[in-house]
Write a protein that binds this ligand. Structure first.
Ligand SMILES: *[C@@H]1O[C@H](CO)[C@@H](O)[C@H](O)[C@H]1NC(C)=O
Ligand SMILES: *[C@@H]1O[C@H](CO)[C@@H](O)[C@H](O)[C@H]1NC(C)=O
Ligand SMILES: *[C@@H]1O[C@H](CO)[C@@H](O)[C@H](O)[C@H]1NC(C)=O
Ligand SMILES: *[C@@H]1O[C@H](CO)[C@@H](O)[C@H](O)[C@H]1NC(C)=O
Ligand SMILES: *[C@@H]1O[C@H](CO)[C@@H](O)[C@H](O)[C@H]1NC(C)=O
Ligand SMILES: *[C@@H]1O[C@H](CO)[C@@H](O)[C@H](O)[C@H]1NC(C)=O
Ligand SMILES: *[C@@H]1O[C@H](CO)[C@@H](O)[C@H](O)[C@H]1NC(C)=O
Length: 390
C-alpha cells in the first residue's frame, strides 16, 4: 500500500522536477525513460546499498551511458562539459529519487560529475571518433553480446579496449600505456556504442559487460580474523569453539551485501586463502558446514542465504507484491576450501574442476523473493527481512 501511494506521489514530484530542474541539463531523460525507471527500482530506497554492487550501480551506469549516447546523436559530442555534467548528474539523481530510489546514489555508486565528462580522453567528437576507430568492427563484436560467453571469450571487451587504445593515442607519436587515459577513453567508446544501438540493446550489452566484471571478484570486506585464528589455528583443539568463532565471523559477512553465486565462490576462495595464510590449515568450511549461501545477506524468517544468479538481474516492481528479486535457492553447496587444484570462478579455465559449480542461469527451482516489508529500518538492523513466496 505504501508503495502504491509512493508511486503516484512520485509522479507529481517527477513533473515538478521536470519543470524546475531539467532546464540546465542538456540530456533528454525521456530518451531512455524505461531504463530510468528500471534504475529507480534497482536502486530502491534502503535496498540500494545491499544491491549496489550487482544490480543498482551497474544499471545506474548503463542508463547514464545510454542517455549520453542518445545525447551525442544530436550534439555530436560523446561527453558533457563540467558544468553540464554537474547539472545532469544531480537532475538524474533527483528524478530517480522521485521514483523511489535511494537519495544517496552518487555516494553509493561512487559516481562524480567528472565521470560524465571526457576526463583525460582526447577524443570526444563523434565524427572524429569514427575517423579513428573501425566502427564496424566494434559493432560486429558488440552489437549483440552473450552474457555467459562474453565473460570468457571477451570478444566485445577486446574490441572496446582496442578502440579505447586507439583514441587514447590520438595526437601522440607514442604513448606509454596510461591506464587512466585508456579507462577514460573506454567510457567514450561505451557512449559511442550506445549511440549506435537502440536503448534496449545498448542496455543488454552494457549490463552483460559490467556483469563479467562483477562476477570476477568478491565484493565483501573481510573483518579481522583474530577470533577465528585463535580458535581454529594450527591443530584445532576444540571443534565447538572453532566453529562458534567461524559462525560469528561469517555472520559479520552476512550483514554486507547481496552477492551472486559466482561472487560467493570467489569470497569462499579469498577467505580460505586468508585463513590458510594465518595458519588455519584444516578445512574449516567442511568442519563447520559453511555453505556458499552463508556468504550472502540472510533473508526470510528461516534466515537463509540469498545468492543472486550470476546473469544480469533487475529488481521487479509489482503493484500487489511490491519490490522483489530472484534468489537462487539451489546453491546449497559447501564452500570450496582452496587447494592447489582449485581455480577461482571467472577464470574460464574449462579444464579446472570446480566442485558443483553453480549454473549461470537460475534453475527451475529458483524461487522469487518478494519484499513484503522491512521489519526494522535497514540502517539500524543487521539483517534484512524478506518473506519468501515459493
Ligand atoms: C527527447 O526524447 C524523446 C523520446 O525519444 C523525443 O520524443 C523528444 O523529442 C526528445 N526531446 C528533445 C528536446 O530532444
Ligand atoms: C557547456 O555545455 C552547454 C551545453 O552544450 C553549453 O550551453 C555551455 O555554454 C557549456 N559551458 C561551458 C563552460 O563550456
Ligand atoms: C568515476 O571516476 C572515478 C575517478 O575518475 C573512478 O574511480 C570511478 O570508477 C568512476 N566511476 C564510474 C562509475 O565510472
Ligand atoms: C596518466 O594520465 C593522467 C591524466 O592525463 C595523468 O594524471 C597521470 O599522471 C598519467 N599517469 C602516468 C603514469 O603517466
Ligand atoms: C570447547 O569450547 C566450548 C565453547 O567455547 C566450551 O563450552 C567447551 O567447554 C570446550 N570444550 C573443551 C573440551 O575445552
Ligand atoms: C571477536 O570476538 C569478540 C568477542 O567475542 C566480538 O565482540 C567480535 O565481534 C568478534 N569479531 C569478529 C570479527 O568476529
Ligand atoms: C604461521 O606459522 C608460522 C610457522 O609456525 C609462523 O612463522 C607465522 O608467523 C604464523 N603466521 C601467523 C599469521 O600466525
Amino acid at each position: 500500500m505504501r508503495v502504491q501511494q509512493g508511486v503516484s506521489f512520485s509522479l507529481i514530484l517527477q513533473l515538478i522536477s521536470l519543470l524546475f530542474f531539467l532546464c540546465l541539463c542538456t540530456l533528454n531523460f525521456s530518451a531512455a525513460e524505461s531504463f530510468v525507471s528500471t534504475t529507480a527500482t534497482d536502486c530502491w530506497a534502503s535496498f540500494a546499498p545491499y544491491l549496489a554492487n550487482v544490480v543498482c550501480c551497474p544499471q545506474f551506469d548503463a542508463t547514464m551511458v545510454i542517455l549520453m549516447g542518445q545525447y551525442s546523436k544530436y550534439s555530436g559530442m560523446l561527453s558533457l562539459n563540467t558544468t553540464n555534467a554537474q547539472h545532469c548528474l544531480s537532475d538524474f539523481e533527483k528524478i530517480l529519487e522521485t521514483q523511489g530510489a535511494n537519495r544517496n546514489l552518487k555516494k553509493i555508486c561512487s559516481i562524480h560529475p567528472a565521470n560524465l565528462t571526457e576526463a583525460s580522453c582526447p577524443v570526444v567528437d563523434a565524427n572524429k571518433f569514427e575517423s579513428i576507430v573501425d566502427s564496424s568492427k566494434i559493432l560486429t563484436a558488440c552489437g549483440k553480446v552473450d552474457p555467459v560467453k562474453e565473460c570468457c571469450q571477451q570478444v566485445c571487451q577486446n574490441a572496446i579496449l582496442d578502440a579505447a587504445r586507439k583514441i587514447a593515442m590520438d595526437g601522440m607519436v607514442s604513448m606509454p600505456e596510461n591506464s587512466t587515459r585508456i579507462d577514460d577513453c573506454k567510457s567514450i567508446v561505451f557512449r559511442w556504442l550506445a549511440s549506435k544501438l537502440d536503448p534496449s540493446s545498448a542496455n543488454g550489452v552494457l549490463r552483460a559487460l559490467s556483469n563479467c566484471k562483477v562476477n570476477k571478484v568478491c565484493p565483501l570486506v573481510f573483518p579481522d580474523m583474530a577470533n577465528v585464528t585463535k580458535e581454529c589455528g594450527y591443530t584445532i583443539s576444540n571443534k565447538t569453539a572453532c566453529c562458534k568463532a567461524m559462525e560469528s565471523y561469517v555472520s559479520h559477512l552476512q550483514e554486507q551485501s547481496f552477492i551472486t553465486n559466482l561472487q560467493a565462490l570467489n569470497c569462499a576462495a579469498s577467505l580460505g586463502m586468508k585463513l590458510q595464510k594465518a595458519n588455519v590449515s584444516q578445512n574449516v568450511y567442511d568442519l563447520c558446514h559453511i555453505n556458499l549461501k552463508d556468504f550472502s545477506l540472510q533473508v526470510g524468517l528461516q534466515e537463509s542465504g540469498c545468492l543472486l544468479p550470476s546473469l544480469p538481474l533487475d529488481v521487479n516492481y509489482d503493484k500487489t507484491s511490491g519490490i522483489g528479486f530472484i534468489c537462487d535457492l539451489n546453491d546449497n553447496i559447501e564452500a570450496p576450501w582452496p587447494s592447489a587444484s582449485f581455480v577461482p570462478a571467472g577464470s574460464c579455465n574449462e579444464t579446472s574442476k570446480l566442485p558443483a559449480r553453480p549454473t549461470a542461469k537460475p534453475s527451475q527451482a529458483t524461487a522469487g523473493f518478494q519484499v513484503k516489508e522491512l521489519i526494522v529500518p535497514l540502517l539500524l538492523s543487521s539483517s534484512l527481512v524478506l518473506t519468501a513466496l515459493i
